[in-house]
Design a binder for this molecule. Structure first.
Ligand SMILES: [Zn+2]
Length: 263
């Protein structure tokens, strides 16, 4: 009995030894994966830390850009053909009408976009800048930037109806607030023509400035013509066209803003 017991104890002891050996072997083998795991963990950490600043900085840039363009998020990309005019106010005469170089450069740019039969930077000019000869113009031509353009065919003196919309669009892209003034629109017998104000001209008269941002103004989506009842008439040419350079000068789409709320 004793011998059996002692042999049993021996067997159990041997089994424990084998088990312990197995455990030791496992422990000895396991260090190999452990460093890999640590290394992996370190790598993951390094990746995360390098990633985080990059994403944060990109995030900041994006948010700054959003803030800059918040006033007109739907406007961009700006229409093709937007080009900031040169700030040159030296004066020249074109077809007998005074213009500043800035207005003239804008008219030439409009002519290039329009590319039609009306000579918008030449003989189609009927009134230029720095003149107050036309009392119907409310003094809008007294300073820089205001022009009148004939829409009549010069041989038959017929109205070139098909040319009006493309020319007004070209003038607007080139940086003018431009509208068709219908026959008799300004007063009984006033001629049909396009009236345009160069946006951002530093020498605009008060009346011209009002036609841009005033109560009846272009940037508010109106015709620029004061009405007796004080209710502005809606622009018939699709609302203002804004280029980035206009926004940089402080202009914006004022159609949703009441005159009282605007600065
Ligand atoms: Zn005019």
């Amino acid at each position: 009995m004793n011998k059996r017991r002692s042999s049993l104890i021996l067997i159990i002891f041997l089994l424990i030894l084998v088990l312990l050996f197995g455990v030791i072997v496992i422990v000895l083998l396991s260090p190999t994966p452990t460093p890999t795991q640590t290394a992996l963990a370190t790598r993951t950490l390094t990746v995360t830390t390098t990633d985080t600043p990059t994403t944060t900085s990109t995030g900041t840039t994006t948010s700054t850009a959003t803030i800059t363009f918040t006033p007109s998020p739907t406007l961009f990309p700006e229409p093709k053909g937007c080009l900031q005019p040169p700030e040159d106010y030296s004066r020249l005469q074109v077809d007998g009408h005074w213009l500043n170089q800035r207005t003239y450069a804008m008219l030439q740019h409009a002519a290039g976009i329009y590319n039609g039969v009306i000579d918008v930077s030449g003989n189609a000019l009927t009134q230029g800048n720095y003149t107050d000869s036309e009392p119907l113009s409310f003094g809008t031509h007294a300073g820089g930037g205001a022009v009148d353009i004939s829409v009549l065919d010069r041989t038959h003196w017929e109205i070139l109806y098909d040319e009006i919309d493309p020319l007004i669009r070209a003038l607007r892209i080139a940086g003018f607030a431009a509208w068709l003034r219908e026959y008799g629109e300004l007063n009984p017998g006033s001629p049909i023509h396009i009236h345009a104000i160069a946006i951002g001209d530093a020498e605009l008269s008060y009346a011209a400035r009002e036609q841009l941002t005033g109560q009846y103004g272009y940037f508010r989506g109106y015709t620029g013509v004061p009405t007796e009842d004080g209710i502005p008439l809606p622009d018939r040419h699709g609302g203002p066209i804004l280029c980035r350079w206009m926004i940089d000068l402080g202009y914006q789409d004022l159609r949703q803003i009441t005159p009282e709320a605007a600065p």
